[in-house]
Ligand binder design. Structure first.
Ligand SMILES: Nc1nc2c(c(=O)[nH]1)N[C@H]1C(S)=C(S)[C@@H](COP(=O)(O)O)O[C@H]1N2
Ligand SMILES: [Mo]
Length: 193
């Protein structure tokens, strides 16, 4: 019933219909920071990150842990960000391939997963093959990423839902296992207790 009413509203307003993805999400059109919403899963809302104070650690099952003070974008991907709150956007993201970082650090035998950790503690883990192909993005639609969208660096994980695209990344951890607790941590992230 609710669904029917929604369909009727869409017909009247001229929104929706064919443009919806199979997830139900509607498009946010345009390019760059201003063209799609800033969304947090629950209460994650860190202060803007001072790029001078920021660094990106690549650690865990690696031969040479890295501590990068900046990231030079040298890779581009068109990828679709689909938030469970009902919108999606296709953007050109620029950044570094996670695979290149792992090659620099030298992923060790047994490495099977890569965990991306936000300055807020929010985190998500991908199987290493998929992680290699993901991007740590510093730019969107030809612009430097804004704070709300995850500056200085956010994960771009093509094919994954928006909540897995970790913003404000400070650590990349190479691991030999999944991370069952990530659901809980992600849900409570941002709540002071
Ligand atoms: N650190 C952190 N990363 C996060 C979130 C969050 O709350 N904290 N929200 C996620 C959700 S639910 C979505 S849909 C996308 C939204 O990205 P955007 O704000 O750039 O649109 O970021 C994801 N990354
Ligand atoms: Mo989301």
């Amino acid at each position: 019933m609710v669904y029917r009413l929604q369909e009727t509203a869409n017909a009247v307003l001229g929104t929706g219909g064919d443009e919806r993805r199979f997830t139900g999400s509607r498009p946010a059109d345009g390019e760059g920071n201003g063209s799609f919403p800033v969304t947090s899963w629950v209460a994650d809302d860190p202060d803007p990150i001072d790029p001078e104070a920021w660094s990106l650690a690549v650690s865990g099952l690696v031969a040479d842990p890295l501590e990068l003070e900046s990231v030079e974008p040298d890779a581009t991907r068109h990828a679709l960000l689909d938030c469970t709150s009902g919108w999606y956007t296709v953007q050109e993201w620029q950044g570094v391939r996670v695979g290149d970082l792992l090659d620099d650090a030298g992923a060790l035998e047994g490495a099977s997963h890569v965990r991306f950790v936000s300055v807020t503690g929010y985190r998500w883990t991908l199987p290493i093959g998929e992680a290699r192909d993901a991007l740590l993005a510093t730019r969107v639609g030809g612009e430097a990423l804004s704070h709300g969208h995850g500056a200085p660096v956010r994960l771009v994980a093509p094919g994954r839902r928006g909540f897995q695209w970790v913003k404000w990344v400070v650590r990349v951890e190479v691991r030999d296992r999944e991370d069952p607790a990530q659901w809980l941590v992600t849900l409570i992230s941002g709540f002071d207790s």
